[in-house]
Write a new protein. Structure first.
Lengths: 287, 305
């Protein structure tokens, strides 16, 4: 029983990261029509940013939660302005290829500097220790990650689906030309949306730093799983990305308990099954 | 085109005799066939597969296993490996063509990653070690392939045959319909073409030829390993095609030779290979979308006009 709940917890944690990353991908895809292959690298940069802030500037975890997304998001904005903006009129595939190349560069540079072994990052002192819930032992930091990511995901959902700002965003997703004609600065909105999506990835990276080690390749394999999550959920809805992310994390955790050999592949198998019966994804619409 | 192919064949046939290292040439030729197969799908079908390594790797593993464990002769082992890739192509293709554009790329990438984990765990591939010391054997029981030049001319023959087949496919009615679907799928459908069947056939053909390249590579290097199924290999073939020129006949060949040469040259620099690969990607996408051959063709056309 202990082991089952332990795997479920790990599943929920992984699910939290899948949800945050696929949410960022979905927001960026909605407006820019680009699949951001750099997303995994930006998640890794978030974790490294936290590590740098702590070890080179003495800035702790809580400030890193705020600063790392801003720094990495700003880098994302520079990338969008200088490179991605040139590709909007072309086939969407070029955006994928460009961001793939950028991801290779970023990961290569970090591996050159730090090798491929991980760097440790301490759990902040406020969140060390654990709670005994009766049926299992819950490390407080892991509980915090689940709660924080839920809050983050649902506030993003709220902003996009329920506020005025979000309505502009959704409208620009449907018909950018018309929204521009109403006096909304769409290019700026695109830039800020990209920055926001990248910032979200960096934030996930900071939260991941104490759990996994800070490693140049931490995003590379993650991003492929997140792509599968996005295909399963369909990119039509924000809520879909959140639910699919958490759900698949749990499925993966359960597989680790019942049939560990398949735990690496289960998400891809789910993707194949979903594609056979609902090609548009669980929450998606055909476009 | 005919002159070009002739010149290429002669140049490649003479190359090892004038001192170019045959092992390098054979590696480049395998990659060139792989890239040509990939280009058939991307350049002429408009479908970007980000998981083509799975066909290269699958064929490599099956071929190596057939030659080493089952004791197949090289031509039979290569045929078995190629058939395995074709079968996998039919299964993956029928799934992936349900979605288009970006989704197609993500699906193929995810399925390829699944195959990677499968090969990592299944016993017959020997995990991280790969299948080593694959016997080269005697081609048709006659030609001893452990002779470097015999091996080289076999690889060259396979490459030229594959290259000509792809040329034939592109210029057949089937190839024309494929281009029509790439340009305007709804219109092609309204003209009565079953777009999905054409796309699936293109996918299977591309997977098969990629498999041929992978199986040949396994015999040449006497090795089938995880490198050939990893996603970075899928990225590499995209790069070769993009750099050489998507949708051109000779582009992938040029791209494959440039990238293979670059890797040979930079082999001692570790991570710099990844970084430079990334930089070439970015430069190609931003400034050089027609690729080397495409740019030359455009320059030629401008000059003629």
């Amino acid at each position: 029983m202990q082991a089952l709940f332990g795997q479920l917890l790990i599943g929920l944690i992984n699910g939290a990261f899948y949800a945050m990353l696929s949410l960022g991908l979905a927001v960026i895809f909605g407006l820019l029509n680009i699949i951001n292959f750099t997303h995994g690298a930006q998640y890794m940069m978030g974790a490294f940013c936290a590590w740098f802030l702590l070890n080179k500037a003495g800035v702790g975890y809580w400030w890193a939660l705020l600063l790392a997304p801003i720094i990495v998001g700003a880098i994302g904005i520079v990338i969008e302005r200088t490179m991605l903006a040139r590709l909007y009129k072309l086939d969407h595939l070029y955006g994928l290829l460009l961001t793939f190349g950028l991801a290779l560069i970023i990961q290569g540079v970090f591996r050159n500097e730090f090798g491929s072994s991980g760097l440790p990052y301490q759990i902040p002192s406020e969140l060390t220790g654990g709670m005994n819930l009766g049926f299992m032992f819950l490390p407080i930091y892991r509980g915090w990650v689940i709660v924080a990511s839920l809050v983050l995901c649902f506030s993003t959902w709220y902003v996009i689906e329920r506020t005025k700002l979000g309505s502009y965003l959704r409208a620009a997703t449907e018909n950018p030309t018309l929204v521009q004609a109403f006096g909304v600065n769409v290019p700026r909105m695109i830039t800020l949306t990209f920055g926001f999506g990248v910032g979200l990835a960096a934030l996930a990276g900071v939260m991941a730093a104490p759990i996994y080690q800070v490693n140049p390749l931490m995003g590379a394999d993650m991003i492929i799983v997140v792509f599968a999550v996005v295909v399963i959920g369909g990119m039509g809805s924000i809520m879909g990305a959140i639910l699919t992310g958490f759900g698949l994390g749990v499925v993966e955790g359960l597989t680790k308990y019942f049939y560990p050999e398949a735990s690496n592949t289960v998400i891809f198998v789910v993707m194949v099954i979903v594609l056979m019966f609902r090609p548009a994804g669980l929450f998606g619409r055909e476009r | 085109m005919l002159i070009g192919t002739g010149l290429m064949t002669v140049a490649l046939a003479v190359a090892p005799l004038v001192g170019v290292y045959p092992v390098f040439l054979m590696k480049a030729l395998c990659f060139a066939l792989f890239a040509c197969a990939f280009n058939l799908l991307l350049g002429f079908g408009g479908l970007l597969s980000f998981g083509h390594a799975m066909f290269l790797g699958t064929a490599g593993y099956v071929c190596a296993h057939a030659a080493k464990v089952w004791g197949f002769s090289p031509e039979l082992a290569i045929a078995t490996g190629t058939a395995a890739a074709a079968l996998l192509g039919a299964v993956v293709g029928s799934l992936a063509i349900r979605r288009q554009g970006i989704y197609f790329a993500m699906i193929t990438l995810a399925v390829a990653q699944m195959m990677y984990f499968f090969y990592l765990q299944t016993p017959f591939t020997h995990g991280e070690d790969g299948i080593q010391a694959v016997p080269r054997g005697r081609l048709f029981g006659l030609l001893d392939l452990s002779q470097p030049l015999a091996m080289y001319y076999t690889v060259l023959t396979i490459f030229i045959a594959g290259f000509l087949l792809i040329y034939r496919i592109i210029h057949s009615p089937f190839g024309q319909v494929l281009k029509a679907i790439r340009e305007n799928e709804p219109r092609a459908i309204s003209l009565g073409y079953d777009a999905d069947r054409y796309k699936l056939l293109a996918f299977v053909l591309s997977a098969t030829l990629a498999g041929l390249a992978g199986a040949t590579k396994a015999i040449v290097f006497q090795l089938a390993s995880l490198t050939d199924v990893h996603w970075s290999m899928s990225g590499e073939v995209v790069l070769m095609t993009l750099l050489g020129g998507m949708g051109t006949i000779f582009g992938p060949v040029v791209g494959a030779f440039v990238i293979a040469g670059l890797e040979n040259y930079l082999a001692g620099f570790g991570e710099w290979v990844t970084i430079i690969t990334g930089v070439i990607f970015v430069v190609c996408v931003l400034a050089f979308r027609r690729g080397i051959v495409g740019e030359i063709a455009a320059w030629w056309a401008r000059r003629a006009a």
